[in-house]
Unconditional design. Structure first.
Length: 145
């Protein structure tokens, strides 16, 4: 071995680790980058509460029905937008952290930041969990047709 080469081995190992970490994040971005349709929402708090009036029940039903038309689009340049029906309700940027297990969405106005655990991500399914409230909200998505 040539003198002085052994000094570079720790740097090469650190570089290899960094490349591996970045490629894992890029893989999650690649899998996420498409349009996703919400197919199910678990633990929706308003639907578990005791309703005090018929209007409360109607509002909960409307919320549940509108979630059936919820669509999220993520792009590979880390932009996203959310639609309910044909109307874009929010848009902004996203980042993937914690080795691809956390999705952080920041609205364009930067006044709201939502953090989701990525439970499942594949070509056929996306499952996100938000623990900002008491009971975790779990959203299930399938790729848009």
């Amino acid at each position: 071995m040539m003198p002085g080469r052994s000094k570079f081995i720790p740097y090469l190992m650190a570089l290899a680790f960094l490349i591996l970490a970045v490629s894992c994040k890029d893989r999650t971005v690649q899998q996420l980058s498409r349009t996703w349709d919400c197919v199910q929402v678990d633990n929706l708090d308003p639907l578990k509460k005791n309703f005090t009036s018929p209007e409360d029940s109607v509002l909960a039903y409307r919320l549940q029905e509108s979630l059936k038309t919820l669509t999220w689009t993520f792009t590979d340049d880390r932009q996203y937008h959310c639609r309910i029906g044909q109307r874009i309700t929010t848009k902004g940027t996203y980042q993937i952290t914690d080795n691809g297990s956390t999705l952080i969405c920041t609205t364009e106005s930067k006044n709201t930041i939502n953090k989701y655990s990525i439970r499942t991500i594949s070509a056929d399914e996306l499952v996100l969990e938000n623990r900002s409230g008491g009971t975790p909200l779990v959203m299930h998505f399938k790729p848009h047709d």
